[in-house]
Design a protein around this ligand. Structure first.
Ligand code: SF4
Ligand code: SF4
Length: 342
């Protein structure tokens, strides 16, 4: 069993964290069963967010009686102190707990600091003094904000995307956290579904002893896969290293990570899937993406207004409308049978 200590928080948990975003999509009963099985199997870090609809509520029910066996991290998207307190009280009540172990600012566009006029960081300190939260964290998709958060010395953990497709600059953030004694929580360790071999993803992350991946889990078979890694952590074999190299070549550069930060789109385009359709068609059985429903969703790309909203919000600086157009062109070719996929 491999454990990770999250920097100065001294929280030590199993290296397989439970990402509770996907449990929004399954019925409560199923979610409760899944979470209890995860905890019984040794997962003892759970990450959720106020913005993940009913995820906290489902967790609250699932963790009744076993709350002390897990570390709970949740997040607030609040932009001011008033909403911060509302979110915190709601999270405490839904999670049926008197404290949050790690309370994180959820992907703010700036790095909250004392005296910045928002009152956000002061609220974090007050919540900590009151014992309602134990540690202060921040999540982000932007390199600049992540860097500023580390340099500020104000945060105990950073949650940031990290997987074997990471750029050199992403790697720097990971190293900076280690030097600063901050816990690093890795989101998108499967790059939003583009990495299909989770054992290879795990083996890569195992090289970073301060990094805690949180796996987004919705199905029991996914849970079983990660629970098996608790018993026998995947090692970096020659085959896995070769797969990683192949994926890096195939997925380098300007590809959509599926994070959805560019949405909503005024034309109703499901950008987080449509802008990476070509990859999805080739990296998993394509049939699921070629249904009538998906054809209709892809057709919406024709209605793009070129308003630029998505581009301005994309943390990876992608030219989203062009990416959508390229993916749509390829999709039509696949549909017409001019290009073959698996
Ligand atoms: S540019 Fe097109 S895809 Fe982007 S938000 Fe505007 S309408 Fe949607
Ligand atoms: S276009 Fe950018 S913001 Fe939108 S889903 Fe893809 S990576 Fe995320």
């Amino acid at each position: 069993m491999v454990e990770v200590t999250l920097g100065s928080t001294e929280i030590t948990v199993n290296k397989n964290g439970f990402g509770a975003l996907p449990i929004q999509r399954i019925p409560k009963e199923e979610a409760v069963k899944l979470i209890r099985k995860a905890v019984a199997g040794g997962m003892n870090f759970i990450d959720t967010a106020r913005s993940y609809s009913d995820s906290e509520e489902k967790l609250g029910e699932a963790l009744e009686g076993i709350r002390d066996q897990v570390i709970i991290a949740t997040k607030t998207p609040a932009q001011n102190a008033e909403n911060f307190w509302k979110d915190l009280e709601t999270s405490l009540s839904l999670l049926k707990t008197d404290h949050i172990d790690i309370y994180q600012f959820h992907n703010p566009a700036f790095c909250p600091k004392p005296g910045d006029g928002t009152g956000l960081y002061e609220a974090m300190l007050e919540a900590k003094a009151q014992g309602k939260i134990r540690h202060i964290g921040i999540t982000n998709h932007r390199l600049a904000v992540a860097r500023e958060a580390i340099e500020s010395g104000l945060y105990e953990t950073l949650q940031f995307p990290f997987c074997y497709l990471a750029s050199k600059k992403d790697m720097e953030i990971v190293e900076m956290c280690k030097t600063a004694g901050m816990g690093f929580i890795a989101m998108k360790a499967l790059s939003g579904g583009l990495i299909t071999d989770s054992a290879a993803a795990y083996a890569f992350l195992a090289r970073y002893d301060h990094v805690l991946p949180i796996w987004g889990i919705q199905r029991e078979r996914e849970l079983d896969e990660f629970l098996s890694y608790i018993q026998s952590p995947p090692e970096m074999t020659r085959e896995r290293a070769a797969l990683i190299e192949k994926d890096k070549k195939e997925l380098s550069g300007n590809f959509c990570r599926g994070c959805g930060y560019c949405m909503p789109c005024p034309a109703g385009i499901e950008i987080n899937n449509c802008a990476r359709m070509s990859l999805m068609l080739r990296r998993a059985p394509s049939q699921a993406w070629l249904t009538k429903e998906w054809q209709e969703k892809m057709k919406l790309i024709e209605n793009c207004l070129h308003c630029g909203r998505c581009t301005s919000k994309c943390p990876y600086g992608l030219d989203t409308p062009s990416l959508l157009a390229r993916n749509y062109k390829d999709y039509k070719e696949v549909l017409a049978g001019n290009v073959s996929v698996q």
